[in-house]
Structures are given as structure tokens and as C-alpha cells.
Write a protein that binds this ligand. Structure first.
Ligand code: PHE
Length: 459
């Protein structure tokens, strides 16, 4: 089989949309968004976040799809073809980011499998929140379990990516995404029955601007990159398997809309239960693994909804990990002419191996858990160091460069032509180009400046 055939294409428009939505919807939506929104007092933060998605995230998503679809190449090849050797490093940065991000993302993804099994077995029955918290601490500090679940999650990811674009990624996301949506809907309804729904809606949608700080604005914008899978070539790579007749703005609109919907629904699953049980999460980052398991044991039907919830998070994470691995694999297939099978196994194995470091750095190995190479408040341990580098630096700098590249470097003719293929939407070319040229780079530059000069840390 020639290298060309190793690439693949989506079998339908829906295939691309569900795969891209699958990449976007992940731990960022279900684990991170509810707790950062909680920390930032809801309302006003949510509004800024929605603004970030619409004015910065969506334009950059169109830009990434454009670079991929136009060239039909992996991230490195795509930037080289359109921008020459100078720009290919933007793609290379993406491949490296994918490598690092996947190595620790898979660790957390693995936790959801353990928690699925635990809730099936009723392991949380009769425990208090602090007991569940202690158990969580012991679990993430258990070297065998950490490596085991990380391995299982990487193996699942490799199993999907090895089967190819249409037969692997598209097939799996087409099955999982609708299921995810249905489970989410059931859980929202169930959660509202606890009686905390009104309070949750109030918290989410009643902005009080006095509680908004500069930090929360920057965090909201920064998170929009992570949650939309932007800034590292995932959407470039998925875009490269897209049909020539699909509409870019329409696809971006749908993907961004679904991602936002799921993030808000995750809050509507989590907040009503928390409010109705009067639980103030002590460690908000641990809502998912400490507060929720306790609540599921107390609520009617919890024995069913607990496992359902954790399997939902696992599905969401899997459709994201496959997109991360695909960025790396596509590079080796296109540029180094590896076979898909060989690329997937070797690179999946390498990422698993690197991931052992973050897997053991949440308490299992003391030196890995405390080492602080960057010397920041939030960068103690390899896991936090990786997350800090990716969330604060790699995705934002990558996003900034992509916006500048497409905004300023690509010709109007090329952009105009790509933008207007397929059906049109309310998203106009001129508006898009303006957002991409001015608004997005400016906003992202502000974040980068805040990270460099003010020492801000978002993760
Ligand atoms: N968007 C994913 C999430 O929200 C994470 C991700 C980032 C996936 C970048 C791929 C690329 O969990």
C-alpha cells in the first residue's frame, strides 16, 4: 500500500463533525470546566467564556480546518506547503504538544475507568467525603494502578487509531458521541430532580460582574483553546481528511456549539446535586473523584447513575485521546512514510512510556511528585509541570501563531475560496477575517504576556 493510501478520508460530513466534536469534548468539558467555573463564581465567567469561544475559538477553528483541508496533509506538512520551511515549526510544535498532552491526559482518563468499576461495585457505599478523598489520594499514589490504567487507556486509543480514519476514528466517534449525549441528558434530568436545579441555573447564568477578575478573564479565554482542541494541529489533522465540498464555517459553528453545550450540561449535572446536598466542594479540582462518588451513593438511582456518569467521562476522554494520537501518527505516516500500523504501535508505546512519569507523580514516587523544575506554585511534580507547559504555553503560543499565519500570511484569494465552499452560514467572511487578524491575536498575546510577565498560572 502506498503512503497516500495510508492517510484516509472521512466517509461523510457527519463523520468529520462528530470526530472533531469528539476531540473537543473531553475532560476539559466534564472535569475542568465545572470546577474552574465554580472557582470563578459562575455567571460573569461563563459569559466571558462564551465570548472567548465565539470571538477567538471559532475563528481559529475555521483557520485550522482551512490549513488542513487545503493541503490534505499532517500538521507539519500542511504549514510547510502553505508557508514554506519557516512555518513548518508551528506544525512541529503541535506534534510535540500532542505527544506531551496525551502522555498525562491518558493518566486522568484512566482514573475514570477505575472509578467506573468502583461505582459498579458499590465501593463508595457508606463512605464520607473525606474518606472518599483519602481513597482517591491512595489511588493516585498507587504506582501499579496508575501505570495499569494509563496502559489500558493508551491501548484503547491505539486500538482505535490503528484501524484508520474512517474505519477506526469515525466509526468509534459515531457510536460514542450520540451515546454520550443521551447519557448526559439523562443525568441532567436526574440531577434536576434533586431540587438544586434552580440554584444551579442561577449560579451559571446570572452574571455578577463585580466578581470578575483579570485572572478569570484570562483563564476563560485560555480554557477555550484547551476545550476546543486548538493550538496544536488536532483540527488541522482532522481537517485534512475533510471533503472539498464541506463548509468550514458551518462545521466550526456546529463543533463549537456542541462543545459549549456539553460543557454547560456538565455543570447542570454536577451543580444541582452539589447545591441540593449542601456540599461545598473543598478541593474543587476533585469534584469529579471525591464529591460526586459520595453524592451518587445518596441520590435515588445513584447505583445506576454513578457508573453511567463515569463511563460517560471515559467515552468523552477516549474520543479526545484518539485525536491527540492521530496528530502524531499522521506526521509519521505522511512525512516519514511509516505504515499506519507501525506508526500507531510505536508512537502509542512511546507516549505510554513517557506517560509513566506523570502517572507516578501524584504521590506514587516522591521525587517525581515534588520535583519543581519551573519553580512555580502550580508546577510541583511532573504531572503539573506538563499540564502547565501545555495549557499556558504550547496551546496558546500555537494558537497565536496559527491565527497570525492564516490571518496575515495566507492570500485573500485562497481564504476566500476555502471559506465559501459548501453551505453558507451567518458567520461572514469579513467578520471572520477581522476576528482572526486582530481580535484573536490580541487576546492571545495578552494571555502570553500575562504568563510571561505577570507570572500567571492557569491550570
Ligand atoms: N479538547 C479536549 C478536552 O476538552 C482536550 C484536547 C486538547 C484534545 C487538544 C485534543 C487536542 O478535553
Amino acid at each position: 500500500m502506498s503512503a497516500g493510501n495510508e492517510r484516509g478520508v472521512w466517509s461523510s460530513k457527519m463523520g468529520f463533525i462528530l470526530a472533531a466534536a469528539g476531540s473537543a469534548i473531553g475532560l476539559g468539558n466534564i472535569w475542568k470546566f465545572p470546577y474552574i467555573t465554580y472557582q470563578n463564581h459562575g455567571g460573569a465567567f461563563v459569559l466571558v467564556y462564551l465570548f472567548g469561544i465565539a470571538a477567538i475559538g471559532m475563528p481559529i477553528m475555521v483557520a485550522e480546518m482551512m490549513v488542513g483541508r487545503r493541503t490534505q496533509k499532517n500538521a507539519v506538512g500542511a504549514f510547510r506547503e502553505l508557508g514554506g520551511g519557516k512555518w513548518k515549526f508551528v506544525g512541529a510544535l503541535g506534534v510535540i504538544t500532542g505527544f506531551i498532552l496525551l502522555s498525562y491526559y491518558s493518566v486522568v482518563a484512566g482514573w475514570t475507568l477505575e472509578y467506573f468499576l468502583k461505582s459498579v461495585n458499590g465501593a463508595f457505599e457508606g463512605l464520607t467525603e473525606s474518606e472518599v478523598g483519602a481513597e482517591f489520594g491512595a489511588f493516585v499514589g498507587d504506582p501499579f494502578k496508575q501505570i495499569f490504567w494509563h496502559f489500558i487507556f493508551m491501548a484503547l486509543t491505539v486500538g482505535v487509531v490503528i484501524a484508520g480514519v474512517a474505519k477506526g476514528i469515525e466509526r468509534v466517534t459515531k457510536a460514542l458521541m450520540p451515546m454520550l449525549f443521551i447519557i448526559m441528558l439523562i443525568l441532567v434530568i436526574q440531577s434536576f430532580m434533586t431540587g438544586g436545579g434552580g440554584q444551579a441555573l442561577h449560579f451559571l447564568f446570572r452574571p455578577s460582574f463585580s466578581e470578575l477578575t483579570v485572572d478569570s478573564v484570562l483563564e476563560a479565554v485560555g480554557h477555550s483553546f484547551f476545550t476546543l482542541s486548538l493550538g496544536m494541529g488536532a483540527i488541522v489533522t482532522y481537517g485534512s481528511y475533510m471533503g472539498k465540498g464541506d463548509s468550514l464555517p458551518k462545521s466550526a459553528l456546529v463543533v463549537c456549539g456542541l462543545d459549549t453545550l456539553i460543557a454547560l450540561m456538565a455543570c447542570l449535572v454536577i451543580y444541582p446535586i452539589i447545591f441540593s446536598f449542601n456540599l461545598v466542594p473543598t478541593r474543587s479540582a476533585g469534584i469529579l473523584f471525591t464529591t460526586l462518588p459520595v453524592i451518587f451513593t445518596k441520590m435515588p438511582g445513584g447505583a445506576l447513575f454513578g457508573p453511567l456518569f463515569f463511563i460517560l467521562v471515559a467515552f468523552a476522554a477516549l474520543t479526545s485521546t484518539i485525536s491527540l494520537l492521530e496528530v502524531v501518527v499522521a506526521y509519521f505516516i505522511d512525512e516519514l512514510k511509516w505504515k499506519r500500523q507501525q506508526a500507531t504501535l510505536i508512537l502509542g508505546g512511546a507516549i505510554f512510556a513517557i506517560g509513566i512519569l506523570p502517572a507516578l507523580s501524584n504521590g506514587a514516587v516522591a521525587s517525581l511528585s515534588t520535583v519543581n523544575i519551573l519553580g512555580k506554585r502550580s508546577t510541583g511534580g511532573i504531572f503539573n509541570t506538563f499540564d502547565y507547559l501545555v495549557s499556558n504555553w504550547m496551546l496558546t503560543v500555537g494558537g497565536l501563531l496559527i491565527a497570525i499565519f492564516v490571518g496575515w500570511r495566507l492570500s485573500q484569494n485562497l481564504k476566500d475560496e476555502e471559506f465559501h465552499k459548501g453551505e453558507q452560514t451567518i458567520f461572514h467572511y469579513k467578520m471572520w477575517d477581522f476576528l482572526l487578524k486582530f481580535v484573536a491575536p490580541l487576546a492571545v498575546a495578552l494571555i502570553v504576556i500575562a504568563v510571561i510577565f505577570l507570572g500567571k498560572e492557569f491550570n
